[in-house]
Design a protein around this ligand. Structure first.
Ligand code: DQA
Length: 144
């Protein structure tokens, strides 16, 4: 059975009430339930984790080596700043998919740079909460 680690970065614990005009009203708990349902439907296992701390996300990426077949990461604002998260993904050589609720390329210019995108095999963005099950499908397709 394929094992997928889904990582959510800073401020995503506030989904539901955080800028609903940008991110929607679905909570992180709802999204985690959507991911669990999708995993059952696809016959795979998923584990969802969220942290507001860069180093914790890096430790989890390291842990993924040998324990998970793929990583789906919404690194939040660290997407645009964290060379350390980019290096962690490169170091562990676990296929990684970039995910965002909003379309970062149609927002402020500072969001157009994605360090995660440099090391991810693909990106899903602009689909709100629905992007999570879409990302699981894309990952399963990629893993073959
Ligand atoms: C985000 C987009 C980022 O630019 C932002 O900092 C976030 C959320 C998204 O899911 O759309 O925290 O990753």
């Amino acid at each position: 059975m394929k094992r997928i680690l889904i990582l959510n970065g800073p401020n995503l614990n506030l989904l539901g009430t955080r800028q609903p005009e940008v991110y929607g009203t679905t909570t992180l708990a709802d999204i985690e339930q959507m991911c669990a349902d999708k995993a059952v439907a696809m016959g795979i296992s998923v584990e969802c984790r969220q942290s507001n701390h860069e180093g914790v996300l890096i430790d989890w990426i390291h842990e993924a080596r040998g324990a998970f077949d793929g990583i789906i990461i919404n690194a939040g604002a660290y997407t645009h700043t964290s060379i350390a998260i980019m290096d962690a993904v490169s170091s562990v050589e676990v296929p990684t998919l970039e995910l965002h609720l909003s379309d970062i390329h149609t927002r402020e210019e500072f969001r157009h740079i994605s360090y995660v995108g440099r090391v991810a095999f693909d990106a899903i963005m602009g689909h709100g909460a629905d992007g999570y099950p879409m990302a699981i499908e894309r990952m399963v397709q990629h893993l073959g």
